[in-house]
Design a binder for this molecule. Structure first.
Ligand SMILES: [Zn+2]
Ligand SMILES: [Zn+2]
Length: 435
């Protein structure tokens, strides 16, 4: 029997962490992320004696953010790939700094994580102990993202991580058809209740609208997450030969430069380089202030307008009926981005020690604003297609665990799959299952 402990990411998006334990007590941790809000930021506490390996699906901090905690006192092999490690390092450092060193780990533990890293190529079966192997498989979510196949005591468990079945301009899509037969599946459910619009049509609409605004002298602010989404927006503009000026700011700038060092993980590195060459990097407040009077596209975090340099730009764009704010990622309830879409009002409060940099904004949008669903997760149909493409072993229980989604999404997916004769469940945090 193999034990699977669900330590987070259950009926929520945040602090993804799964512990797999063989019958002889050897343990492997899959992801170890943080939760963005609330008190319990770290995964559910459990006994990690005999932890022999840690493996990461991708750099997003809901999967990677708490990893340094596992390296407080121990040296454990950390399986990842070069791009995921490099981006994780940037994001975790940022996270520690922004929190004002409020996590039970710091730069020293992050350094220990990096020291223990071992790069794994997709498709290479890696032994972590007797009768215990892991294999990385492309997940299509962001550059470097993988699903993990775990082979332990003759059981084959597939952990999807975050998966995308639609091809984007930055990464090749996930494909479940070449995955060997499995016994158990652990799958993400983020958009199990949604259907994405056709990608090509959406891209065209997006670019057309941008052309319209900038041709008429306006500015377009694209608040986007600095990892992958900003670069995807940049690539879409390049694909449709956008010839206006594009400014890139903040983390989006940093990650774009970093991606250049990992060409093997970028779908079309030549297109990426071409796109990047045409953009202008914004790194100083003075340049930022100048851009406010210029015409063009500004790509800047944060994606939900919760902070970052996007706040600087948006103040001059909101009152201008010739300009626009185009959101390109999902807007969580209660965030300034969501409120703007729902009510047409931008509210943002942030108090800083230096009062000059504090914000208390309540601005009615006279500019255009819209949301484009450039998701990097699979929707309901794609999740079902992914599962349809998998083969379960003849004598398996056809166990499927639905995680990484809110209560409604995970339980809905589990019930849909139960109707298709799978043994499916949406586990709760702290639960342990034997498979
Ligand atoms: Zn992710
Ligand atoms: Zn995630």
């Amino acid at each position: 029997m193999v034990n699977i402990s669900f330590l987070g990411g259950c009926r929520e998006v945040g602090r993804s962490a799964i512990l797999v334990e063989s019958k002889s007590g050897v343990k492997c941790m899959l992801d170890y992320g943080i939760r963005f809000h609330g008190d319990e930021r770290l995964p559910y506490e459990t006994n990690i004696d005999n932890l022999k390996a840690v493996a990461l699906t991708h750099c997003h901090i809901d999967h990677s953010g708490a990893l340094p905690f596992l390296y407080k006192t121990k040296n454990i092999p950390f399986f990842t790939n070069s791009i995921s490690l490099a981006v994780s390092e940037v994001l975790i450092k940022d996270m520690i700094k922004i929190s004002n060193f409020n996590y039970p780990f710091g730069y020293r533990e992050l350094d220990s994580l990096v020291q223990n890293s071992i790069f794994l190529k997709n498709g290479n079966r890696q032994k972590i102990h007797d009768n215990f192997f892991i294999t990385f498989i492309n997940a299509g979510h962001i550059p470097g993202s993988v699903s993990i196949l775990i082979e332990v005591d003759n059981k084959k468990i597939l952990y999807s991580g975050d998966i995308n079945l639609q091809t984007t301009n930055l990464t090749n899509s996930a494909n479940s058809r070449n995955i060997p037969e499995i016994d158990t599946l652990i799958i993400e459910s983020t958009y199990a209740l949604k259907q994405h619009p056709p990608r090509e049509k959406l891209e065209k609409e997006f670019v057309e609208k941008i052309f319209n605004i900038t041709d008429n002298g306006g500015k377009v602010l694209i608040p986007a997450f600095g990892v992958a989404r900003s670069q995807e927006a940049m690539l879409i503009l390049e694909k449709y030969n956008y010839d206006g000026t594009i400014f890139i700011d903040g983390l989006a700038r940093k990650i774009s430069m970093l991606y250049l060092n990992y060409p093997d993980f970028i779908k079309n590195i030549d297109l990426f380089k071409k796109a990047l060459k045409k953009t202008q990097f914004v790194s100083k407040a003075k340049i930022r202030a100048n851009i406010k009077n210029k015409n063009g596209v500004i790509i800047s975090p944060s994606g939900m307008l919760k902070g970052g340099n996007a706040i600087d730009y948006i103040q001059s764009i909101l009152p201008d009926p010739f300009s626009a704010v185009y959101l390109v990622g999902y807007q969580v309830e209660g965030t300034p981005g969501r409120k703007l879409l729902d009510n047409g009002i931008f509210e943002f409060k942030e108090s800083r020690r230096n009062r000059k940099n504090s914000f208390d904004l309540n601005i009615e949008a006279r500019c255009e604003y819209d949301y484009f669903d450039f998701s990097s997760h699979s929707d309901n149909i794609q999740i079902h297609n992914y599962i349809k493409g998998l083969d379960f072993r003849e004598n398996s229980n056809r166990d499927i665990f639905c995680i990484h989604g809110d209560n409604k999404s995970t339980t809905y997916l589990a019930s849909e799959l139960a109707n298709k004769n799978y043994n499916s469940v949406a586990p709760e945090t702290g639960e342990v299952y034997q498979v």
